[in-house]
Design a protein around this ligand. Structure first.
Ligand SMILES: Nc1ncnc2c1ncn2[C@@H]1O[C@H](COP(=O)(O)OP(=O)(O)O)[C@@H](O)[C@H]1O
Ligand SMILES: [Mg+2]
Length: 216
């Protein structure tokens, strides 16, 4: 796997014996126990504020799951500040926004990444009303169809406290993973996002502490 295919912060096959890969593997194992016995395939990765590591964590989880021989789809549902096409160095001319505005079916917008089992549905071009797009019946139908084709569907999203998009996405998925970066998320942020996600508390399958140090 050549570095030129992906950004530095993604793990490669050559790095599977590193501490970072090990940390991701233990998250993967916990999620496996929390979800896969009851056939959970769609997981939303979100956090209270921007910059806590949603895009990084969802991408590395996708890589590790794909390397375990599962067919994985990553969806970039951060329609405001999309990032996954940068991380995987794919195009973004068509994607989720193209499907939700009715200009395409899902399949032509899905791209193969550098890994055989890992696929990406990028955000697509920025559109004026992302919240409405994500809330449309089209999204739900699309996700239901994709879940039949992929063994795992991992969804990247905007932060809970910045816009309502994450709470909308939470309705459709089977499980939610919260990323918390203690350096960025203050207690009041966590309390607020907990309140917003209260209706979906039974779907929260994991909390990932990202970049925790002894001081934080
Ligand atoms: N544990 C960490 N330590 C240092 N930098 C990190 C860590 N996790 C993420 N980052 C960096 O923080 C920035 C934001 O991460 P990103 O995954 O894009 O967050 P989000 O998608 O939640 O906005 C990126 O530059 C990323 O490399
Ligand atoms: Mg992001």
């Amino acid at each position: 796997m050549r570095r030129s295919h992906i950004e530095d912060r993604l793990i490669t096959e050559q790095e599977l014996d590193t501490e970072v890969a090990e940390a991701y593997r233990s998250i993967r194992t916990s999620l496996h126990y929390a979800c896969f016995h009851n056939d959970t395939t769609s997981l939303l990765f979100t956090s209270s504020v921007a910059g806590e590591g949603k895009s990084t964590v969802v991408s590395n989880m996708g890589i590790l799951t794909a390397l375990e021989d599962k067919k994985v789809l990553l969806i970039d549902a951060d329609l405001r500040r999309p990032n996954l096409h940068h991380l995987f160095r794919t195009g973004n001319r068509t994607g989720l926004s193209t499907i939700l505005t009715g200009y395409s079916e899902a399949e032509p917008c899905i791209q193969q990444t550098h890994l055989k089992n890992l696929f990406l549905l990028p955000s697509g071009p920025i559109q004026p009303h992302p919240t409405e797009l994500l809330g449309s019946a089209r999204f739900e139908r699309m996700l239901a169809a994709l879940r039949k084709e992929y063994e795992a569907v991992y969804i990247d999203s905007p932060a809970i406290l910045s816009v309502t998009d994450a709470a909308i996405l939470a309705r459709y998925v089977q499980g939610i993973v919260l990323i918390v970066r203690p350096l960025l998320a203050r207690k009041e942020h966590l309390k607020k996002s907990q309140r917003i996600f209260e209706p979906f508390s039974n779907k929260i399958v994991g909390v990932v502490m990202n970049g925790k140090t002894d001081k934080s």
